[in-house]
Design a protein. Structure first.
Lengths: 183, 245, 234
């Protein structure tokens, strides 16, 4: 042990100590770095982003005000929608396997089915005697959302995520931004 | 490790150790210069344990047909390394008993009983083992965790997602890990402030004992709340009412 | 030449071993060491029960691995091989229901026993010096057991498993810093969603990483117990 009061001096011994320490650090880094890179998931072959064609039961212009139509991402090839925005557990770029096409007034919006709390699939519940307000309800932790996607009841703190979409070639077809998963 | 307090029974081993240290202190050359006679390897640390006297043991010696079985059993503690100074070494004989067979015999019975229990459960309670439909990300289901995570599932509903999951979770994990140190450092100070003579173990301590029981009650209540089902709702400070799962 | 009695052969073998290692002495000291009478109380055997159950888990786990296929890719909407293989184990493999049942039920009882053991250690103050490190090792093993329960839950690849895992991953990735959250999520899922890569990762954790870790920690746990002996009674 070196004398604490004496000025620090690089001796042969301290130099060798540091030399050995750096060698060992380098060994660990060269071993761990490729492992970390290896763990990072590579996209499978055939994964590609692009618009997904989805057919609706009722043509877009005949959708009734205050209703929601559920759509699912195509299964062959296995695909998912990409969220355009998000909050809470959803963030832009996250994937959704289902969505709701909602008409409120003159606007049509498409919401991902994932609850912004922990991502369970919400369901559309029209107003009834026991359920005074039409809403999207999450079965997992009891969150509820208004028809415009905003929060009606917690624990969710953020609105539902929108999907980017446009009218397809035929009146009951829409194109939603999505991804072919490749598995 | 074997004996920090210096047991009177351990003197043989200890003096050997001091002796060997003196040899190395004489300088780097000394150890090579005068090799002593080759010693037979001895297990350290066992010296001084009171063993069951030979005449009282089960007659399963090296010449007995069951000896390999006994060896198999003994391999386990041998693999587990040196025995330190144990409590039993300082206790009178009538307050202790030998590990084999007096302490060992219930375990084979426990093992068989447990095996039969899980066997019967698998035969007659297959409901829990039958699968649902193959995973489909487009399906709408309520994921309900197994019973051991159910109270956490319910806990999540009670407030902000981050605080009630990772936030409090991390705090609880850290508290559990450092609990022995908190008990040793904070405990005696609390005891002094309260005018107690010492800080007892949780089983005799109104504070740590109550904390333990309260934690259990909290977990049990959350679990029951979740088990009561989605129709069972209670008012709560945030997101009221909160329902079961 | 007279044929030696088997007993003589056994003694010769033991003698041969004794010349090379103090074998008989070690066996005697391991077996005939004395244990305090208070350790006969039933609540002192919870730890032993946990050990027995972990042995059940390792054995049945190896057996299940003979038939299980960790493949979640489904072609043309058909059930994934992971799902069909678990169904095969449960309904077709001879005594498959028993082996899987023992694995399942032992896991459940294991968690109860771990908690009871932990409660006993806490209540009697057995975590106190010099046993603090063993408490820490025990807590780590508790979390490994819970992680094993969690990763094992996904392997049958049914709807329940799928969504429970999705929520769990979301919770783990619930850090309010998006970069870290996404990183954790991608690494756990092995992709943008819970899918075949997730199953592969959970399978690796459940079958290779976590059992190896827990066996290692059990060894440390037992070595500590052997060094410290049983703690003072309440």
């Amino acid at each position: 042990m070196a004398d604490a009061a004496a000025p620090r001096r690089v001796t042969r011994r301290t130099f060798l100590g540091w030399w050995l320490a750096s060698l060992m650090t380098a060994t660990v880094v060269t071993a761990v770095a490729p492992i970390l890179v290896f763990l990072w998931p590579a996209p499978p072959k055939g994964q590609k982003k692009g618009p997904l064609l989805v057919s609706l039961d009722t043509p877009l212009d005949q959708l009734q005000d205050g209703t929601a139509t559920k759509i699912l991402a195509p299964t062959s090839p296995n695909s998912a929608f990409i969220m355009a925005d998000g909050g809470g557990d959803n963030s832009p770029g996250d994937l959704a396997f289902g969505a709701f096409v909602v008409k409120t007034g003159s606007t049509v919006e498409v919401f991902a089915q994932n609850c912004s709390h922990l991502g369970c699939s919400i369901s559309f519940v029209p107003a009834s005697d026991t359920h005074p307000e039409t809403s999207f309800d999450c079965p997992c932790h009891g969150s509820r959302f208004h028809m415009d996607g905003s929060v009606l009841h917690g624990p969710a703190a953020y609105p539902l995520s929108h999907l980017t979409w446009k009218q397809g070639d035929s009146p009951n077809q829409i194109q939603v931004d999505g991804i072919v998963l490749g598995f | 490790m074997s004996d920090a307090k210096g047991s009177p029974r351990n003197h043989g081993e200890a003096s050997d150790f001091v002796g060997s240290r003196e040899i190395t202190r004489e300088g780097p050359g000394a150890a090579v210069a005068a090799p002593k006679e080759v010693e037979i390897i001895e297990l350290d640390g066992h010296g001084g344990h009171t063993l069951e006297p030979e005449w009282k043991r089960l007659p399963i010696g090296p010449d007995h047909i069951l000896y390999p079985l006994v060896v198999g059993l003994a391999l386990f503690p041998i693999l587990m390394g040196d025995a330190g100074h144990h409590l039993a070494d300082d206790m009178p004989d009538d307050e202790t008993h030998p590990f084999f067979p007096d302490h060992f015999w219930p375990y084979p019975i426990i093992a068989v009983v447990m095996l039969i229990t899980v066997g019967l459960l698998s035969a007659f309670v297959q409901k829990n083992l039958q699968l649902e439909a193959s995973a489909d990300p487009r399906a709408v289901t309520i994921p309900r965790p197994d019973w051991y995570f159910l109270f956490l599932f319910q806990f999540l509903k009670l407030g902000n997602e981050f605080i009630f999951s990772i936030g409090i979770g991390t705090v609880v994990i850290i508290l559990l890990l450092v609990f022995p140190f908190m008990d040793a450092i904070i405990g005696p100070r609390v005891a002094r402030r309260l005018g107690w003579k010492k800080w007892p173990v949780p089983g005799r301590n109104i504070i740590t004992g109550t904390v333990f029981v309260a934690a259990l009650v909290l977990i049990a209540l959350l679990e029951l709340w979740a088990l009561a089902g989605p129709q069972f709702c209670l008012p709560w400070f945030v997101n009221s009412p909160v329902c079961g799962a | 030449m007279a044929i030696p009695h088997p007993r003589e052969i056994q003694v010769a073998v033991v003698d041969w071993l004794d010349e090379r290692y103090p074998f008989t002495k070690a066996v005697d000291e391991a077996l005939y060491q004395r244990v305090p009478n208070f350790a006969n109380a039933f609540y002192y055997c919870f730890g032993g029960m946990v050990f027995i159950l972990i042995v059940f888990q390792l054995l049945t786990g190896i057996l299940l691995a003979l038939y299980y296929v960790p493949d979640a890719s489904s072609v043309g909407g058909a059930a994934a091989p992971a799902y069909t293989s678990v169904n095969f184990i449960q309904n077709s493999v001879y005594l498959g229901w028993l082996i899987r049942g023992v694995h399942f039920w032992s896991a459940n009882i294991l968690i109860i026993m771990v908690l009871l053991h932990m409660a006993r250690v806490y209540w009697t103050g057995a975590y106190r010096a010099p046993r603090e490190l063993n408490w820490i090792v025990g807590i780590l093993m508790l979390f490994i057991i819970l992680a094993l329960a969690l990763t094992g839950y996904l392997l049958p690849w049914d709807t329940k498993a799928y969504f429970a895992t999705e929520v769990t991953i979301k919770i783990t990735a619930g850090v309010p810093i998006p970069v870290i959250a996404n990183l954790t999520k991608e690494l756990l899922q092995g992709g943008p969603v819970v899918g075949p890569p997730t199953l592969q990762r959970f399978f690796t954790l459940h079958v290779f990483v976590l059992p190896a870790l827990i066996v290692l920690l059990m060894y440390v746990h037992f070595r500590f117990i052997r060094a410290h002996g049983i703690a003072e009674p309440l």
